[in-house]
Design a protein around this ligand. Structure first.
Ligand SMILES: *[C@@H]1O[C@H](CO)[C@@H](O)[C@H](O)[C@H]1NC(C)=O
Ligand SMILES: *[C@@H]1O[C@H](CO)[C@@H](O)[C@H](O)[C@H]1NC(C)=O
Ligand SMILES: *[C@@H]1O[C@H](CO)[C@@H](O)[C@H](O)[C@H]1NC(C)=O
Ligand SMILES: *[C@@H]1O[C@H](CO)[C@@H](O)[C@H](O)[C@H]1NC(C)=O
Ligand SMILES: *[C@@H]1O[C@H](CO)[C@@H](O)[C@H](O)[C@H]1NC(C)=O
Ligand SMILES: *[C@@H]1O[C@H](CO)[C@@H](O)[C@H](O)[C@H]1NC(C)=O
Ligand SMILES: *[C@@H]1O[C@H](CO)[C@@H](O)[C@H](O)[C@H]1NC(C)=O
Ligand SMILES: *[C@@H]1O[C@H](CO)[C@@H](O)[C@H](O)[C@H]1NC(C)=O
Ligand SMILES: *[C@@H]1O[C@H](CO)[C@@H](O)[C@H](O)[C@H]1NC(C)=O
Ligand SMILES: *[C@@H]1O[C@H](CO)[C@@H](O)[C@H](O)[C@H]1NC(C)=O
Ligand SMILES: *[C@@H]1O[C@H](CO)[C@@H](O)[C@H](O)[C@H]1NC(C)=O
Ligand SMILES: *[C@@H]1O[C@H](CO)[C@@H](O)[C@H](O)[C@H]1NC(C)=O
Length: 835
């Protein structure tokens, strides 16, 4: 018995000894020759911004440890650098980080004292064992000569980044070695091993940054440095919390950035999604807020869904397998790593060695319309679609063909396929080869249809009476439900009832940050929209309280909440159904669409939306900030009266806006700059988003889509310039063919420009916006928002109006330059003299 306790005692003794000779406490910021770091010991940078230690990552966290650097002041442990990202150790208490006595390198040894990781510099004899590793307050770990008090850096983590690019760090191209430093994404959300996506400065020596897939295929470029910004990243100017510069000297060229306010914690990462992202820590919400990412669209990331996966920008998740295929590694897919792609449910007939001429079903082709055709087609000179098909059928490794402007065949894996790809942008029809059994023959389909029709008719004839009785009963049931309304007038629905009225959630209307929306029809034949909330961790009582608050908010320009359902983990909201859908579909519909919203309707939508927001901000009991104003959230009823949707949900879903923001696609342009600075968000953030939306109502196009496509400047910038020129009318959507009231266009444009001022005190309130649009208040020419102004000084297309601005300031300009802080909106009586 006693002998069993001795080893324990020994262990205790040893660990006491170790802790005495190693780091005494967490306050040290360096490791020198006679010190080690293991177990739960930490290095802490002198100012306390960063700590270094053993970091567990992944679900089986007790299994995998990395030497990592993370933020000390961020509650969510966020690594910014990892030493052994591809070689974790299993036990931190027996692993040590120390200065090697042989060569002065900082090394990580595992329990068997074998080398896991090393700074791996070739040292000179003078520095052999006198080096010291210091964790700096910038998050940089540096190795330098300790004895000679030398500041010469032998090695630093900033030169060996993992997936995070911290302020003050650089991703350089070394002209001497011809190598570029890379940021590489994680393999998946729980494995920091380098994944397929990487960012680096062009190794061919130009000034642009590129993102590559598998170090071979570039799918995004920043554009060349034009002296101020990167050409294809006009948004850089609105990142006004940063200062940055581009360095090009004899050794290297690189871009470097700093955060101006040292209290702001911001980082730049190469994400597993294949996008680069700028994230800022917002202490108030306790989360990282994403405010910028590129490529803007998830599906622009090359081969994001892997072989035989297809990307769909309008679906969540974005990736799915094409017909006849299933996920090859579902456990990787669950961790956002789709690189393994999909595999066939049924092997091709051809590949089973069976004769295609034999009397068995041949392989068939499945038609996929409106897709972005896969990568790497092989052209074939044949004259018709049928010959093209035959050519594919006759080669067992041919997996698909298309016949657009000629015959193209694909062999092997299909990569980079995208569905619901806009027509006229290079999309086409793909014929995908599948085993015959995956595709029901037309004959059997016909039979099925006949069967269904017969069945339905029979059912109708035979069971008419019973159906009638059932309907009658359901109505009665619904009436019973209605009696369960709460004091706020909301109806409490049963889950099973909602399941029934939505035909088991089959008619999907859309998908947003909070969940999917389905159409349903109540027994009294009123149409409803049912929103299934996702990711809600609230208790039932709290949910009911919040919902009943939302239920009391009623206005003609707000979507009415009819009821809700809370059963088990299900949380659903039931709204009035809006037959004309959301504003984005009407506004941004393709050129071919016959339906164009006329100007009068657009003006009414702008005004109605403003009234709805005004009510939310100032008229209801608790002021509600919407936080997510964008055309997708403006719904239209049968007479095109706008109704703001999704209000109150930001509050209901908790303060964690990152969820909303990170699932937003292409809508970052609506976010006010204060979102990134971490200051308190006020109703003026909604005003900003509303302004951005107004520009889109004028132009009929997304602001974000008008950059870098030969159209010149960012639309709001161009608009601000045109306003000063007095030519706002030329900004009008060309689809309207000039059919609009010029005075109204100018007014809307001015309001929009006031709304997007950087300084939130300059922006009008929604109440003022309503008055301006009603024509009660006059509005002056707004100044160009500062962030837009810097932007437009650069691209050549915009130089004209700025030189106009500086050379011959007109009286209009004096109006706003003389007193822009107070009188952005002056009432009609006092508009002439803003004292
Ligand atoms: C480690 O070495 C430094 C000098 O290199 C010395 O000042 C310090 O006392 C040593 N610490 C221990 C615990 O031996
Ligand atoms: C997690 O660890 C358990 C045992 O500790 C193991 O059975 C399981 O396979 C591990 N899971 C993964 C995903 O590594
Ligand atoms: C160290 O660098 C040398 C070349 O400089 C390389 O061959 C070796 O693999 C590296 N070792 C480690 C552990 O990175
Ligand atoms: C450093 O190296 C020198 C010889 O190169 C040796 O005499 C000395 O003991 C070493 N010091 C330590 C702390 O290992
Ligand atoms: C210390 O640095 C000086 C110059 O900075 C150099 O001349 C000297 O050789 C160095 N000493 C050692 C021991 O490396
Ligand atoms: C190292 O530099 C610091 C100040 O930079 C000085 O106080 C210290 O005396 C120097 N030590 C040696 C050994 O030169
Ligand atoms: C660096 O500067 C040189 C000369 O000024 C110029 O020729 C070269 O194109 C620049 N390279 C980059 C990558 O900016
Ligand atoms: C990436 O490229 C390497 C060769 O450079 C290749 O072996 C590997 O299969 C590629 N990975 C994928 C997922 O295609
Ligand atoms: C940016 O600001 C920091 C501190 O405010 C300053 O040290 C740095 O030199 C500036 N960098 C550039 C590129 O302007
Ligand atoms: C060839 O086809 C026949 C009939 O469909 C099937 O039974 C047989 O397994 C196939 N042969 C191979 C090698 O798959
Ligand atoms: C394919 O079918 C032909 C006749 O239809 C036959 O002669 C040939 O042996 C078959 N080949 C294979 C691989 O089954
Ligand atoms: C099928 O096509 C591939 C690629 O063009 C070619 O290499 C192969 O020889 C073809 N196989 C047959 C049987 O024609």
């Amino acid at each position: 018995m006693a002998s069993e306790q001795y080893p324990l005692l020994w262990l205790l003794l040893i660990s006491i000894i170790i802790s005495i000779i190693s780091l005494p406490c967490a306050s040290l910021d360096s490791i020198s020759a006679n010190q080690t770091l293991s177990g739960e010991q930490l290095l802490s940078s002198s100012g306390g911004n960063f700590v270094l230690g053993f970091l567990p990552i992944g679900t089986n966290s007790s299994q995998r440890f990395y030497i990592g650097i993370w933020y000390n002041k961020v509650s969510e442990r966020t690594p910014v650098w990892l030493a052994n990202r591809a070689k974790p150790v299993s036990n931190p208490s027996t692993s040590v980080l120390q200065i090697s006595s042989q060569d002065g390198n900082l090394v990580l040894l595992d329990q068997s004292k074998s080398l896991v990781w090393s700074t791996n510099i070739t040292t000179t004899s003078s520095t052999s064992n006198s080096t010291v590793a210091v964790l700096l307050d910038t998050g940089n770990l540096v190795l330098r000569d300790g004895t000679n008090n030398s500041s010469k850096i032998l090695w630093q983590s900033f030169d060996n980044p993992t997936h995070t690019w911290l302020p003050g760090g650089k991703l350089a191209f070394n002209k001497v070695t011809g190598k570029s430093q890379q940021l590489a994404s994680w393999k998946n959300s729980e494995d920091p091993t380098p994944g397929l996506f990487s960012l680096e400065i062009d190794p061919d020596g130009t000034s642009q940054y590129i993102i590559q897939w598998n170090n071979s295929r570039s799918y995004w470029s920043s554009g060349l440095w034009n002296g101020q910004i990167f050409n294809l990243v006009p948004e850089m100017t609105s990142n006004y919390i940063y200062n940055f510069s581009y360095v090009n000297n004899s050794q290297e060229n690189y871009f470097i950035y700093y955060v101006k306010d040292e209290n702001i914690i911001s980082r730049f990462i190469m994400d597993v999604s294949g996008q680069i992202k700028m994230l800022t820590w917002v202490p108030a919400s306790g989360s990282w807020i994403l405010f910028w990412s590129q490529p803007r669209q998830q599906c622009e990331v090359f081969a994001i869904c892997g072989p035989f996966g297809s990307c769909n920008e309008n679906a969540l998740p974005y990736c799915n397998c094409v017909k006849g295929f299933r996920q090859k590694f579902p456990e990787d897919w669950a961790l956002s790593d789709q690189s393994g792609g999909c595999e066939r449910n049924t092997p091709l007939q051809c590949n089973t060695g069976n004769n295609s001429s034999a009397n068995v079903d041949q392989d068939k082709f499945f038609e996929m319309d409106n897709v972005r055709l896969p990568d790497n087609p092989q052209a074939l000179q044949v004259g018709s679609l049928d010959e093209c098909e035959l050519a594919c059928l006759n080669n067992c490794s041919c997996t698909a063909y298309s016949y657009e402007s000629g015959c193209s065949l694909w062999f092997g894996d299909l990569l980079n396929l995208q569905e619901q790809y806009g027509s006229g942008t290079g999309g086409g029809t793909l014929y995908l080869r599948l085993a015959a059994s995956e595709l029901p023959t037309q004959k059997s389909q016909k039979n099925m249809v006949v069967g269904i029709v017969t069945g339905v008719v029979a059912a109708c004839l035979l069971c008419g009476a019973i159906v009638w009785v059932l309907v009658w009963r359901r109505r009665k049931k619904a009436l019973l439900n209605a009696s369960k309304t709460m004091e706020s007038g909301l109806m409490a629905f049963r889950y099973s009832d909602l399941q029934r009225v939505t035909k088991n959630f089959t008619q999907k209307l859309g998908e947003g940050g909070f969940g999917s929306v389905f159409k349903g029809v109540l027994p009294d034949s009123t149409a409803i929209a049912v929103k299934k909330l996702e990711g809600l961790r609230q208790g039932e009582k709290q949910f009911r309280t919040e919902v009943s608050t939302i239920g009391t908010i009623q206005h003609v320009n707000l979507v009415r909440l009819r009821g809700f359902c809370t059963e088990g983990t299900n949380r659903l909201l039931v709204y009035d159904y809006m037959p004309n859908g959301s504003l984005d579909t009407l506004l941004f519909s393709s050129k071919t669409s016959p339906k164009v919203l006329n100007w009068k309707t657009r003006y009414q939508i702008a005004l109605g939306t403003a009234r709805g927001l005004y009510y939310l901000h100032e008229k209801c009991r608790d002021c509600i900030i919407h936080c997510d104003i964008k055309p997708e959230n403006i719904l239209l009823d049968d007479s095109f009266v706008p109704k703001v949707a999704d209000f109150g949900l930001a509050k209901l879903m908790g303060r964690d806006f990152s969820r909303v923001l990170t699932t937003m696609r292409g809508t970052r342009g609506y976010l006010a700059p204060e979102w990134i600075t971490g200051v308190a968000i006020t109703a003026k953030a909604d005003v900003y988003s509303y302004g951005m939306m107004l520009f889109e109502i004028i132009s009929g196009m997304r602001n974000s889509e008008q950059v870098g496509e030969g159209r010149g400047a960012f639309f709001p910038t161009r608009a601000a310039g045109k306003l000063i020129e007095g030519d706002a009318f030329s900004l009008l959507d060309t689809k309207l063919e000039g059919d609009a009231n010029p005075e109204e266009v100018t007014r809307v444009c001015r309001v929009a420009c006031w709304c997007i001022q950087d300084d939130e005190t300059l922006r009008p309130t929604m109440g003022q916006v309503v008055q301006i649009l009603e024509g009660v208040l006059e509005v002056d020419v707004p100044p160009i928002p500062r962030s837009l102004q810097i932007l437009s000084e650069n691209p050549p297309e915009n130089i004209i109006f700025f030189s106009d601005l500086s050379s011959n300031p007109s009286s209009q300009m004096q109006t706003y330059t003389s007193d822009s802080s107070q009188n952005k909106t002056t009432s009609s009586t006092s508009s002439g003299n803003p004292s």
